[in-house]
Design a protein around this ligand. Structure first.
Ligand code: FNR
Length: 347
């Protein structure tokens, strides 16, 4: 049984949200593992990987030193598609979107991350139309081809995340085939392809998978609406009889759900998130997205929320929460290290 996925509380993959600051924050609070947002294989294939080095980005030719940040960066054109922080070492799973065993295998050959996960649950048109995400749920042969191709080259554990199918026996047939591919874990989101958040999570169907698949950990997912305390995660793990639990929406609105000691106030969570967004030089759009998700209704009802909505930069968001000094300090620190490195390089 893979220890990596056993008895764990896990931050789920979330596009735009599960980037460096939120992942590191959840790990700091107590999550055992974090998933990246889904990254499409084609982007990873075309990306430049930089560790302890420098690269130019954007029309302004800003030189970014990964040594300064202590990160491993994957850069696709002007975009940093994956930035791995030292705090994540051994605890971060890269989730990929793919429709091809060949392409998936091309991105699965390193050990920057602790594991590789294949998204087989995304129901959004952009995934489905390309034969990725939930489109794979009905393509068992394709699923087998993708997973065995990755397994053939990967030096880290391989897993996948599915939704339940339209009838229970189809779900069980699929996970049986997936297990035979040699994966180290399966995550089951207890909703069907056409179901959305107000629809109840199919706890019984997750439990049936957990009863069938006993040689590898099954991770249950889909019950954020029922999670209000750290203890609730254990309750749902036990209800589903799975090895581990994975939390998405609740971890986005309240990352401190992973704290054994109890959740923090919304504003403390936002401040802690902003410190990491500043430290890891997160972009304005991604920072704003997460802060707005944490604010929820306070975007209209709280002056800090309204200031966030009107903001046009990370500095302005930080200012709304009294964190402008933190922003300036990290900026200065990066500059200082960058100058030091430039001086060393010039020598
Ligand atoms: C998601 N989800 C998702 N799933 C996935 O496999 N890869 C992804 O990149 C994303 N992206 C994503 C973004 C956002 C904003 C949300 C809210 C959700 C689905 C997610 O991982 C999870 O399966 C569902 O949200 C159900 O779990 P919760 O929210 O009940 O814990």
């Amino acid at each position: 049984m893979s220890e990596l996925y056993s008895d764990k509380k896990i931050l789920a993959p979330m596009v735009r949200a599960c980037r460096t600051p939120l992942r590191v924050l959840c790990l700091m609070y107590g999550a055992d593992l974090c998933y990246t947002e889904e990254i499409v294989d084609q982007k990873l294939i075309g990306a430049t990987r930089t560790v302890n080095g420098c690269y130019r980005i954007g029309k302004y030719s800003i030189i970014l030193y990964t040594e300064v940040l202590g990160t491993i960066d994957y850069c696709y054109g002007d975009e940093i598609i994956l930035r791995l922080a030292p705090e994540e070492k051994g605890r971060c799973i890269l989730q990929i979107g793919t429709n091809s065993g060949e392409k998936a295998a091309e991105v699965a050959n390193g050990d920057d991350v602790a594991g590789i996960d294949v998204n087989m649950g995304c129901p959004k048109p952009f995934s489905i139309h390309c034969g990725m995400g939930a489109a794979l749920l009905k393509e068992t042969e394709k699923v087998k081809q993708i997973l065995t191709s990755i397994k053939a080259v990967a030096i880290v554990p391989v897993s996948c995340k599915i939704r339940v199918l339209d009838n229970e026996s189809d779900t069980l047939n699929l996970v049986r085939e997936i297990e035979k591919c040699g994966v180290s874990a399966i995550t089951v989101h207890g909703r069907r392809r056409d179901e959305r958040q107000p629809d109840a999570c199919r706890i019984n169907e997750i439990r049936e998978v957990a009863r069938l698949i006993t040689k590898i950990p099954v991770i249950s997912n889909g019950f954020s609406a029922e999670i209000n305390t750290f203890e609730d995660m254990e309750k749902w793990r036990s209800e589903t009889e799975t090895s581990s639990v994975m939390i998405a929406r609740k971890a986005l609105s309240t990352p401190s759900i992973f704290r054994k000691e109890g959740v923090l106030s919304k504003y403390k969570d936002i401040e802690n998130f902003l410190e990491l967004a500043c430290k890891y030089d997160e972009s304005y759009t991604m920072t704003k997205y997460v802060v707005q998700r944490m604010l929820g209704g306070d975007q209209e009802h709280d002056p800090r929320g309204r200031a966030t909505v009107l903001s046009g930069s990370v500095l302005q968001i930080c200012r709304a929460f009294g964190k402008d000094e933190v922003y300036e300090n990290w900026k200065r620190e990066r500059q200082r290290k960058q100058n030091k490195k430039r001086f060393r390089t010039d020598e």
